[in-house]
Design a protein around this ligand. Structure first.
Ligand SMILES: Nc1ncnc2c1ncn2[C@@H]1O[C@H](COP(=O)(O)OP(=O)(O)OP(=O)(O)O)[C@@H](O)[C@H]1O
Ligand SMILES: [Mg+2]
Length: 326
């Protein structure tokens, strides 16, 4: 079983987008290396609850800022006396029973985030410097991913994580088999990616088998010199060059989470360029994570605005329309 963690110390770089897309593609049979008789689980570890909201009908919970995972469809109040009928990813930290929710995809389950519980856990552990407590929480995580029932049900678990290295994310890193780092090719990407790589490699000291950094995935790429130069700089950086994926996701309206096709029978992007990029990305995932011996797809045909140096040109879903905010 693969335990894929999507992480980056920076926010807004596409962690949730990448995590959901890979989970859906796997659930729809697009990653044939995943056992077809087993399912895929996606766990939302982020109090922002973006994965949960995309895949599940979350409930408004009074005055709280956060949404509440709904009552589980299997919950029976007449029988389940010691369960309130809701389940979330925080339950793993406390070694509680974990009951993922079904989604519209028959082979994809989701373990939603409970924002209140995650925030409470974060506050409880914020200033704690207790290695044995951290070890205990990491054990709970490992126990979950190594659980026989979980292994029987799922062949791939994807964790969508919040930025930062803390008691919420460290246990996830230590339970991972593969880590993917989406990034936006701007700002301090070069230093940021190298730093994250070093930080994850440090976690290997605590593991019997080292985690594999399976790739750094350029996302939200724009057709401008700034992004081209940043990517070229990364390709020349010996620390990260070997981990850089050659498939990229451009900044496209189709990829905005709200526009994501969420249907078992039609999970493909209508925008052919977006679909082509996502398929190439899935192929690279298969090569890097599963060692699949499949050919590289030719890169999508050059865009009409490929030489456009406008800084913020979002590539529109319909080729005729260009949204420019800069
Ligand atoms: N390739 C892309 N093209 C256009 N929009 C994108 C692309 N990738 C992500 N987005 C959008 O950018 C925003 C940030 O993406 P996403 O939520 O996946 O990032 P994140 O790293 O999970 O952010 P956070 O750290 O806040 O959890 C979202 O609104 C998403 O829909
Ligand atoms: Mg996110």
């Amino acid at each position: 079983m693969k335990v894929v963690v999507v992480a980056n110390a920076k926010g807004g770089v596409g962690k949730t987008t990448l995590a959901i897309n890979l989970a859906i593609r796997a659930a729809c049979g697009e990653i044939p290396e995943v056992d077809p008789d087993k399912n895929i689980l996606i766990c939302d570890m982020d109090a922002q609850q973006n994965t949960s909201q995309t895949l599940l009908q979350m409930e408004k919970a009074g005055t709280n800022d956060y949404l509440l995972p709904p009552l589980h469809p299997d919950y029976n109040p007449e029988e389940d006396f010691d369960w309130d009928g809701r389940c979330s990813s925080t339950d793993i930290y406390y070694d509680k029973d974990v009951v993922p929710y079904p989604t519209v995809f028959s082979r994809l389950d989701v373990l939603p985030a409970n924002g209140d519980h995650l925030e409470l856990f974060q506050n409880l552990t914020k200033n704690v410097n207790d290695a044995s407590l951290l070890d205990q929480i990491c054990d709970h995580f490992r126990k979950f991913v190594e659980d026989a029932d979980v292994a029987e049900e799922y062949d791939m678990i994807v964790f969508d994580t919040p930025p930062g290295k803390n008691f919420i994310t460290i246990p996830v890193f230590r339970a991972a088999t593969d880590i993917l780092m989406p990034f936006k090719p701007e700002g301090f990407s070069v230093e940021g990616l190298a730093k994250m790589k070093a930080s994850i490699e440090k976690e290997n000291e605590y593991r019997d088998t080292p985690v594999k950094i399976s790739g750094m995935v350029p996302n939200l790429v724009k057709h401008n010199n700034k992004h081209r130069d940043t990517l070229a700089g990364l390709h020349n950086n010996t620390e990260v060059a070997a981990l850089l994926w050659d498939t990229t996701l451009h900044d496209r309206v189709a990829f905005v989470l709200d526009n994501m096709p969420l249907s078992e029978t039609n999970f493909r992007y209508q925008d052919p360029k977006a679909e082509e990029e996502m398929c190439a990305l899935v192929d690279q995932f298969r090569r890097e994570v599963y060692g699949a011996d499949i050919a590289h797809r030719p890169p999508p045909a050059a865009e009409a605005d490929d030489e456009d140096d406008a800084d913020d040109a979002t590539v529109a879903a319909t080729p005729a329309v260009h949204e420019t905010t800069g």
